[in-house]
Design a protein around this ligand. Structure first.
Ligand code: NAG
Ligand code: NAG
Ligand code: NAG
Length: 471
């Protein structure tokens, strides 16, 4: 093996803003805006309130913003944690290929730290963009060290592994650590990595992203203070290789002509808060619905004999009768039946009332999953076909190969902004939400990115814009 740990440390240290391409900047700004929007909306969830309650016990030396909260602050470590939990609380954050949720592990850590250090040092928009992209890039490269990792995972939840490493790399970059300390940051972070897939579809899953942000931040801060770990952490089977059975580490492209994975592979941005796999199902099912509805646009539930959804074989998404919002967000069956019943899936679809609707339960009883051998559990190639057989013998069938929001059919700039604005406005004033959109839109020109925190806590935009914004 080439010495991969050493190489990663050198590249994390050596990348600079002139390496970023226009496409990488444009894509990462969409990711940043989307992550802030779903995170702000996520501050109204139950799991967010629990982790806030816990983290408040550590709020003695408070210095970073909790998104959507003017009234109290937390030390950066806990701000990264609770804001990371908010981003993943509804499973509404971006998804990459190979499968992980890249932004939520990185952005809360960078925003919390840059604000905490703001008295000593100002961080510009380009500083934030570069550190963010280093954190995204490291995740993408590590995902490619294993071919197992290219499919929807079975054992470990990827954000808890590569997200923790990405957060450490991003923070190491923001802190401008030297290559030796970048290496230590990766080594320390590896000892915080890993969370089992079994906790998917439970309220504990959002903690995987909060912990990735927090642990990466902690690892890089410890490394900056001189803490040392194994110098070959990426090179060894007992290092990061512990999480994969087919681990094959590779060095990064050269700094001379650095080539970013985000240039080659965009992320998917979700239209509703549920596992990415349900987005194919929702589109196929709402197309079938158009053949079935009566004049008053209602579904003739009693006339339906059988519903078959052809989806990949993903054990943790096979939930015939989900009983909580978290189970519903990870149920192919729930997605089929909700889209058939309502025509689309929304934030409100996951309320207890909607999950327990008798009509929905009626449809769930008629629903079966099939797993055609060509339908592989990979976000690059999976598809969904929904067949509805009526009691009169008619069969209606629709297929979705690429849903709107997938990287092959990206959300328009307008729809991305609409999503952000409607989600962020649940928590912030319209003015503060617009301030965030404008700041992210102009991030290359922002001189002090702590302006984001002013908006994120809900300060009225006009005052802040005057004081801090120079674009
Ligand atoms: C149930 O879902 C429908 C359709 O999305 C929505 O209009 C309605 O507000 C939801 N009800 C509740 C109680 O959330
Ligand atoms: C689904 O519908 C298609 C097209 O109508 C049909 O060819 C296929 O046999 C159906 N499959 C099932 C499982 O009903
Ligand atoms: C959040 O954004 C989604 C996608 O645009 C939208 O459907 C949803 O209504 C928004 N949520 C709220 C609470 O406004």
């Amino acid at each position: 093996f080439p010495p991969v740990t050493e190489n990663f440390a050198g590249v994390i240290h050596g990348l600079n803003a002139s390496h970023l391409t226009d496409l990488v900047i444009q894509r990462s700004k969409r990711m940043i805006l989307d992550t802030l929007g779903v995170g702000l909306l996520g501050t109204s969830t139950e799991v967010f309130h629990k982790v806030i309650q816990y983290s408040k016990t550590y709020s003695s030396d408070a210095s970073s913003t909790v998104w959507g909260h003017l009234d109290f602050r937390l030390p950066p470590l806990y701000a990264a944690f609770v804001n990371g939990v908010a981003v993943h609380s509804m499973d509404f954050d971006d998804t990459w290929h190979p499968a992980t949720h890249p932004s939520g592990a990185v952005l809360p850590a960078l925003i919390a730290l840059s604000e905490a250090l703001t008295q000593k040092q100002k961080f510009s928009g380009p500083d934030l963009l570069l550190a963010f992209n280093v954190g995204i890039e490291v995740q993408g490269r590590l995902m490619r060290f294993s071919s197992e990792a290219s499919n929807i995972p079975k054992r470990f939840h990827p954000p808890a592994i590569v997200g923790t490493m990405g957060s450490a790399a991003a923070v190491a970059k923001l802190l401008a650590l030297d290559p030796f300390k970048c290496k230590e940051a990766l080594a320390v972070a590896a000892s915080y990595a890993g969370a089992p897939m079994a906790n998917v579809a439970t309220p504990t899953k959002p903690l995987h992203i909060g912990n990735a942000a927090k642990h990466g931040l902690e690892a890089a801060c410890l490394a900056s203070l001189g803490l040392q770990g194994n110098k070959q952490i990426l090179d060894m089977e007992s290092g990061l290789g512990a999480f994969y059975t087919d681990y094959a580490p590779q060095v990064l492209p050269t700094l001379k002509s650095y080539s970013w994975l985000l240039d080659q592979q965009d992320v998917a941005i979700k239209r509703f808060p549920a596992h990415l796999g349900t987005h194919w199902v929702a589109d196929a099912a709402s197309s079938v619905r158009k053949h079935l509805v009566k004049g008053d646009n209602s579904l003739p539930i009693n006339g339906i004999e059988k519903i078959v959804a052809k989806v990949p074989d993903v054990g943790y998404m096979n939930r015939p009768f989900p009983n909580s919002e978290h189970e519903a967000r990870h149920s192919f069956q729930f997605a089929v039946c909700t889209a058939l019943l309502d025509g689309s899936i929304s934030v409100q679809s996951f309320s207890d009332q909607n999950i327990s609707r008798p009509q929905l339960r009626e449809l769930l009883k008629k629903t079966q999953l099939e797993h055609p051998p060509d339908n592989k559990p990979s976000f690059e190639i999976l598809y969904c076909e929904v067949n509805v057989t009526l009691q009169d013998g008619n069969v209606f069938s629709e297929r979705c190969d690429t849903f709107y929001g997938h990287w092959r059919k990206p959300l328009s700039a307008e729809d991305l902004k609409k999503k952000f604005h409607s989600n962020a406005s649940q928590v912030l004033s319209a003015e503060a939400a617009e301030g965030i959109m404008e700041t992210v839109d102009n991030l290359e020109k922002v001189e002090d990115c702590s302006v984001l925190n002013a908006f994120l806590k809900g300060t009225q935009s006009a005052k802040v814009l005057e004081k801090i914004c120079s674009f």
